[in-house]
Structure formats: C-alpha cells, structure tokens
Design a protein around this ligand. Structure first.
Ligand code: ATP
Length: 907
C-alpha cells in the first residue's frame, strides 16, 4: 500500500474526496465525524463513576468499618451491624457525590482545554474545536499551532515543525509539499506530512488531514497525556503528612482509652467498637481529598470568571502570587488598534482631524482617495496593507461597514489603507505576493516580496517609487528602530536620498514623540529586487504609521486591587519604551519615566538583574528570552511569579513561572500547552480576579481543616478526660460515627462555597512555604478543639454528677451543637460574622438546620433512640446543650476580635 507521503497532492485530494480550495462541505464533515468519531486520544486520565465508587468503598477506613460491622454481626449484635453499614453507605454517598462533582468539573475543564483550529469548509475558514476534525479537512497552520491530526502538507511557507514527541529530535523539520517516492520512510523523514501533537515553530502552511484520533501516529503510541494534569499539590502533600502524624497520635490515644476502659471493667465488645469508632473519627484521612475537591470546584468557579485552569495546583498557588508580569498589548490594552497618524518626510497627516466621525470601523462611503496628499503617503499605506496578513471583511449585520480579521496591528493598517481608497484585495491582485519572511517577536518586523504590475498605470502611487524598473518590490514593516538599521536611504519628495544622521535623528525624534503619547509606531520601507527572495538590508525608508490602542477600562481598578493585595504588576512588552511607559503611567503600574530595555537586559549579569527587578516595573523592547531571565531573577528574590505570554517563544518563560498564563484569544497552542492557566478574555483584570478566587479557596480549605480538626480534638478530649473523672464511656461507638461521618460532613461541605472575606485582597499573600497552620491557625484550631471538648465534657460531667439519666445524650448533643456554633463563627475568617451577615451563606444555614434536625430526630424519635441509645432531653436539658453551642460561637467570635486587635497593632 502506498503511503500518503508517496502521493501527489492531487492524488491525496482525490482519494480523500475533498478539495483544498473549498474543503469539505459542512454536511459531509458532519457525516464523516459520525463515521470516524471525534479526533481525540482515548482518555486515560479521568475517573469513571464506578472507579470513584470503588475507591470510596476500598478506602482503608471504610474497610475497617465494614470489618467492624461483620465482627459485630458475629458477636450477635445485628443492630450495630446494620447501623454501621448504613453509616458506611451514607458516608460513601456523600464522598461519592463530592468526588463526582469534582471529577465532572475537571472533565469540563479538559474539554475546554482542547485547542481550536482554523479549518476550511464549504469555501470559508471556520474556527472549530480540534475534536471535530475529520479526514479530508483542510487545516491552516501557523507558528505556534499544535498540529491537530495527521495529514499531508499541501502548502508550506517556510513551515517548520518540531516533532520531538514522535521522533525525539528537537531540531524543527523544514516541511515540503512534493511527493516522496521512497518506501518505508520513517516518520521523521516524511517531510511532506504533519503529525498530531507536533509543534509548528515557524512559518505557515496548510495541512490536508488524512487520519484523526487513535488512527494517528501519536494515537498509535498513545503517549501524550493531554489536558488538566493532576499531581498532588504542595498543600495536599503537607496535609497527607499531617494526616499521617495525626493518625499515629490518634491511635495512641485510642489505645489509652481502651486500656483505661478495660481497667475500669467496661464490656470488651463495647470497648472494641469504641476503639474502632474513635480511630475512624480521629484520623483525618479525608483532608487531602477535600483539598482536591476544593481546588476542582475552585477551578470551576474561576472558569466562570474567564480563567481556565489547566493544572490544578495553580488554583492553590494563585493565592500566593506576589508579582504579575503582564504583556501590554491585548492584556493591559484592548488590542483594538487604530491608525491615527501617518508620518512621511516633510509631511504628517492626522486622520482624526482629516476624517469626520472618526471610528475604528470603516464605511465604504467614507473611503476617500483625497486623503493621499502626497505620493509618499500613498506608498506608506499601500505597503502597510500589502506587507500584511490581515483581511478586510464586510459586517454581516451592517452591509457597507468593514472590519479587519487577523492581527489587530495589521488590521489597523488594512483599514487605514481602505480609508484612503486602497483596498487590500485590489492591491494584492495588482501586486501578487511571491515570497515572504513572517513577523517574529525577535526581529520585530516582517517582509513580503511582490511582483510589479505589468501596467503600473492606474496605481499611480507606485510612481512614487523612483527607478522602478525591476520586476519585484519588497516591503518591510516593523519597529522603527530596527527598520532604521536596515535602511540606507529615505524617500523624500519622490527621491531616495541618503539616510544620513540628520535624517535618522529626525525620524527617531518623530518616533519618540508619537510613542510618548502611548502610540504603537511602525516603520515602513521598501526594496527593489531581481529575485523572489527576502533580503532585509539596503532598504529605502518610506515613513511611519502610528496607532492608538487604548488601555482596558477595567485594568485601572485591577492594578489598584493588585497593589493593595501586595501583588506588584510588572509590564513586559515588545513595544517601544516610551509607548510602554506612557501606558504604564496611565494605569499607575509605575511612576517612573524610564523603562529598562531588552538591550540593557542583554548586557546585565544575574546579580544586577536581581537588583533591577526589585524596583523596575516596566520592561520594553524585550524578546521572549528576556522574559525567562526576568522570571528567574524575580524567583531568586523569593517572589511568586505569574507571567503572561502569547507567542511561540514565550513557552519556556511560562513553564518556568509559578503561574504561567496564556492568552486564550491571541495565544498560540504552544503557550497554552505550557501554561498553568489560560485567560479566555486575554484580560489582565482576569488574572487579578483569579488571584482573589485562589485566596478565597485557600481560605475556605483552611476553614474546613480548622472545622474538621476542631471536632476531632473535641471528641478525643471528651473520650480521654471522662475516665479520669471516673465516668463511664461518655459517647457510644455509633454516636461517635454519627458525629463524624454524618453531622460533621454537611456543614463542612458548605464551607467550600463560602464567599471571599472582605479583606481578601487587602492582606499580603500567603507564601507557598508558609504552612496551612500559619498565622495563628494551628493555635486557634487546638484551642477551639479544647473548648469544644471542654464544654461538652463539662455538660456531661454536670449531668452525670446530678444523676440525670440522659447525661450521655447530652454529651452527644452538646458535641454536635457546639460544632454548629463553631462553624457559624469560623466561616468568616477573622472578620466578625455579624459584619458579613449571619445568613450570607445559604448553603451553610441549610446544612446547619438539616444537621440540627437530624440530631433532634436521633434524640426524640423512638426508633432512632433505640439505635443510638439516646434518651429524649427535656426542654431544659436541650437548652443547656444549645447554650453550650452559643458559648462556643461566642468564644470563636471573641478570639477573632482579639486577633483583629492584635493585627491592627502590628506595624
Ligand atoms: P506585548 O504583547 O508583549 O506587550 P507586543 O505585542 O507589543 O508586546 P510584539 O507583538 O512582539 O510585542 O511586537 C513588538 C514590536 O514589533 C511592536 O512594537 C511593533 O513595532 C512590531 N510589530 C508588531 N506586530 C507587527 C507586525 N505584524 N508586523 C511588523 N511589525 C510588528
């Protein structure tokens, strides 16, 4: 059988029943999708509901409980057997529903994380999810894309692909389109094919899809684990360790209780079950899982705010971020570029003044050739539109109104040209492109070579080009400083004159003056040539185009919020230092009037850079590799760094950052793959919102831990102290299980939806190495536990001493209710509950009411009384337990008030 690489493009086209020009029809694509299935690798990451259930049932404590139940049965205690099983079932259901929700949230995130591709179908280019690709689809590739399926390359413009996933070879392969006749060619040598999962590092091209999903080379080795990864987070690891330590402690205490009970002559069977229940109660095995659930639900909440989490630990780290390094264009600004100034030798045109009702969009009726007041201006506009990959498109809703599609910088140029009556499609028809060198952020420019029209008449602007006798003309546009370096002449009144120092100074000055106003300035130059190859030297400078890109309105607030939260925003941009400073000052990112440039960075050693990043907030004209150095310098200073990026070369910096942030709209697949988080709206404010969300989740997990451990400590205190007071076992095994596995669970869950604390963005970030129990939480948890236990044992002792029959039920109820008092108070962190509203978390109120209801049922309902060996409490007795609960509530509130005062006194 012939391989795809051995066939000509035409043969492949025919065999796949498709056309490169128009692609598949949408209906045919739909049918093929049904036949071939979605383009995805069989997912080995996610958990099925069965697996979750199995994991729940095979948890060590569940097994211990089941064993205990079985032993009870053989000891003839059918009731305990049934109740323990019932409790196991309830607990499993609770655990299952939590994990299932978390798993669903993660699966949804994974779906969101699959890249989008540009595909030609029915004659139009559409953006679709890579999952929907089918054999026969025509996919457009550009630098930064991940090849979404296997296919035959049918167009290559300097297309280079890095295929290390398949071949291990990290050097990118230059792609070709012709058939290769050799047999048995290994994957790495099939230069006319593209393979799923490989990275386009340079150029652009078109891929005709031949196989998808598991049929691809990658599918065959099925090695890529894509999407959201799930490693234990630092907090999880710490909690696992904590759980282990506590388990050992708990077991020692269980042994003590057992021995003490034995010495008192308690019934052995009762002691055995008590020991087991206490072990189950005291070992906080659920903590690490709770963190996963908290983080997964957090990730879901963040998605609602346009932040897509790709790596779960990011949710946790986000709260600790101390520095946000952000791109300028599109993240801090709107990326709605509009050309306002055209500047050529001896002439400057302000479009805002020339055009009535100036707006970024263009009506056909507004196109006005009269704007071209000199031939240089005409050439500037035409060159800007030709050296350009953006397109003009008519509005579907509003015929006659045009907008641009593609890179906004280039779109602005296309619109500006059309405003003067130079329509890009007409220009391109007259001067077809024959070669090009694409834009990259290293060179900061782009060049295209065009064939000269056979009859220049009609395009009078080309008369502006002196000496036009050669067959080809190349246009270059890019950063003015760079363009000046490759020019040796400048166009002045129809003459190409030498670009001497005086001219250079004049151009630089004009450039600075425009940049100072916050504008992005591009220089445009041309070069006549004989051959269709790109040479970026010896050019003739034509002029400059300046465009405005307003700051995003929501960023002003976001910057302020970040600063009060102890998070420093830093701007890192490829743009001109003056443009950068102007925008940074406007947004209050800096008050300096100088930016550090990439050139300065290049000659700095690490030690100097570490000092510089302490105070510098604006870096301009930087290349992607500088970003990596900046991240490293910041990290060496102990900062926790979030770093944004969109280009192919940003990936290493994003990987290195504590939180790599990719742009969802303008970002390339490669950066998204490397990132921990993707901004679906490319907005700086979204990063700040995510930081806030991260802090909220971290706080809530801390609250959960405090709540759970408080209860555990309380019970242990009760069980441990009672024998020393000469009392019999104060809680029965089933009561202990009930408290831990049922009444504790619901309110605990509701804590994960607790709103952010009011001061969440007014306090400094937690350092990642700062333990969960930092800032007084460890002490406070212990103290609360002791108070809970102390109050409960006091109530029990008093009732026991005064000979009340129901003393055990009182101990039992006091423990449950004091926990409710605890949760109602601790839910708002250090702020008073009364300030944020007693009823502000409806879920928690519901959970508490339900729990109290269940407790009342267990205490008063005869059947339940039989099972839990409880006795109905008199109103007075119940009143005492409720008062104990209020006492605990008051205590926690008081502790918070004292903490707040101490906090205020801190410098
Ligand atoms: P950031 O997004 O990091 O703030 P940026 O997007 O402004 O930076 P780049 O896109 O790398 O940075 O652009 C850097 C410079 O390259 C710009 O200031 C501009 O002079 C030039 N430039 C940008 N886009 C193009 C383009 N399409 N063609 C030619 N030159 C360009």
């Amino acid at each position: 059988m012939n391989h795809w690489y051995q066939k000509t493009i035409h043969e492949v086209e025919q065999e796949l029943g498709t056309s490169i020009e128009t692609g598949l029809s949408p209906s045919e694509a739909g049918q093929r999708l049904a036949r071939f299935g979605p383009n995805e690798l069989i997912d080995r990451g996610g958990k099925s509901p069965w697996k979750i259930l199995l994991e729940q049932l095979t948890g060590i404590l569940t097994i211990v409980l089941i064993v205990a139940a079985v032993i009870s049965y053989f000891l003839g205690d059918v009731k305990d057997f049934l109740v323990i099983l019932a409790i196991v079932v309830l607990n499993t259901l609770l655990g299952f529903s939590q994990e299932y929700r978390a798993e669903k949230a993660l699966a949804a995130l994974k779906k969101m994380a699959t890249p989008h591709v540009r595909v030609r179908r029915g004659g139009h280019v559409h953006e679709i999810s890579a999952r929907d690709l089918v054999p026969g689809d025509v996919v457009l590739l550009e630098a930064g894309s991940i090849v979404p399926a296997d296919g035959r390359i049918v167009e290559s413009v300097n297309l280079r692909i890095q295929e290390a996933v398949l071949t291990g070879e990290s050097e990118p392969v230059e792609k070709t389109t012709g058939a290769i006749s050799r047999d048995n060619l290994p994957v790495g040598d099939r230069r006319n094919c593209g393979f799923m999962g490989t990275l386009v590092t340079y150029g652009r091209g078109t891929l005709l899809i031949t196989s998808t999903g598991m049929q691809t080379e990658l599918g065959r080795i099925a090695e890529l684990i894509q999407g959201v990864t799930q490693e234990p987070t630092p907090m999880q690891r710490r909690l696992e360790q904590l759980a282990r330590t506590l388990a050992v402690g708990a077991l020692i205490i269980v042994v003590i209780v057992f021995v003490l009970g034995f010495l008192r002559g308690e019934e052995l069977r009762l002691l055995f079950l008590t020991a087991i229940s206490m072990a189950v109660a005291a070992v906080p095995e659920g903590l690490p899982t709770v963190v996963t659930i908290g983080l997964a639900l957090g990730a879901q909440a963040m998605l609602k705010r346009n932040a897509l989490i790709r790596k779960l630990p990011a949710v946790e780290t986000l709260g600790s971020v101390t520095v946000i390094c952000s791109d300028k264009t599109g993240t801090l600004t709107e990326n709605r570029m509009t050309v306002t100034i055209l500047d050529v030798a001896n002439h400057r045109l302000d479009l805002k003044e020339e055009v009535q009702n100036f707006s970024p969009r263009l009506r056909t009726t507004e196109a006005n050739p009269g704007l071209i007041k000199s031939r240089e201006v005409g050439l500037l506009l035409a060159a800007g539109a030709l050296c350009n990959d953006a397109l003009l498109e008519e509005d579907e809703q509003e015929p006659g109104v045009y907008h641009s599609v593609g890179d906004p910088t280039e779109g602005a140029l296309v619109i500006a040209a059309a405003r003067a009556g130079l329509w890009k499609n007409e220009l391109e028809a007259a001067l077809p492109r024959v070669a090009e060198l694409p834009f990259d952020s290293e060179r900061k420019r782009m060049t295209t070579v065009h064939r000269w029209p056979a009859q220049p008449a009609g395009l009078s602007l080309l008369e502006a080009v002196p000496g036009a006798g050669q067959p080809l003309i190349a246009f270059t546009k890019g950063a003015v400083d760079g363009i000046l370096e490759i020019c040796d002449r400048v166009l002045v009144d129809g003459q190409a004159v030498a670009l001497d120092e005086a001219w250079r100074d004049r151009i630089r000055q004009a450039n600075n003056e425009l940049a100072q106003k916050g504008m992005r300035v591009l220089g445009v130059a041309y070069r006549l040539s004989e051959q269709a190859e790109v040479q970026e030297k010896g050019l003739v400078f034509v002029g400059m185009v300046a465009m405005i890109d307003p700051a995003r309105p929501e960023v002003y607030d976001a910057v302020r919020t970040a600063k009060t939260a102890g998070v420093r925003p830093i701007m890192i941009t490829g743009d001109h230092p003056l443009t950068a400073i102007s925008i940074a000052r406007e947004l209050d990112i800096t008050r300096d009037d100088r930016a550090v440039t990439g050139q300065e960075l290049s000659v700095m050693d690490e030690a100097t850079l570490r000092e510089v990043v302490k105070t510098t907030s604006v870096f301009a004209r930087v290349s992607p590799e500088h970003k990596l150095r900046i991240v490293e310098a910041l990290q060496a200073n102990g900062e926790v760094v979030a770093m944004t990026g969109d280009g192919v070369n940003d990936a290493p910096a994003l990987k290195r950052a504590d939180i790599g942030v990719a742009m969802g709209i303008t970002g390339t697949d490669v950066t998204k793959e490397a990132a921990h988080m993707v901004l679906l709206d490319d907005n700086f404010a979204t990063i700040v919102a995510a930081v806030r969300e991260g802090r909220r989740i971290y706080d809530n997990i801390r609250k959960f831990i405090k709540y759970t451990l408080g209860s555990n400590i309380g019970e242990i205190v009760v069980m441990l102290v009672a024998p020393f007071l000469g009392m019999p076992l104060p809680l029965l095994p089933l009561q202990i299980l009930w408290i831990n596995l049922v009444t504790d669970g619901l309110p605990g869950l509701a804590l994960t939806v607790e709103k952010a604390e009011r001061n969440v963005m007014k306090r400094p970030p937690y350092h990642p190495r700062e333990g969960v129990f930092s800032r007084g939480m460890g002490r406070s948890t212990l103290l609360t536990g002791f108070i809970l236990g102390g109050v409960s044992i006091a109530v029990a002792y008093w009732a026991w001493m005064t000979g009340q029959e129901a003393w055990r039920t009182m101990a039992f109820t006091t423990l449950t209710l004091t926990q409710m008092g605890n949760v109602m108070a601790l839910r708002t962190g250090n702020e008073s509950v009364f300030r944020s509203g007693l009823f502000s978390n409806r879920w928690l109120i519901g959970a508490v009411l339900l729990t109290v209801g269940l407790q009342v049922l267990v205490v008063y309902q005869p059947f339940m009384q039989g099972i839990f060996e409880t006795e109905a409490l008199t109103l007075e007795q119940f009143g005492v337990t409720a008062a104990a609960s209020l006492l605990v509530f008051a205590f926690v509130e008081l502790e918070k008030a004292l903490f707040r005062r101490a906090d205020m006194r801190q410098p």
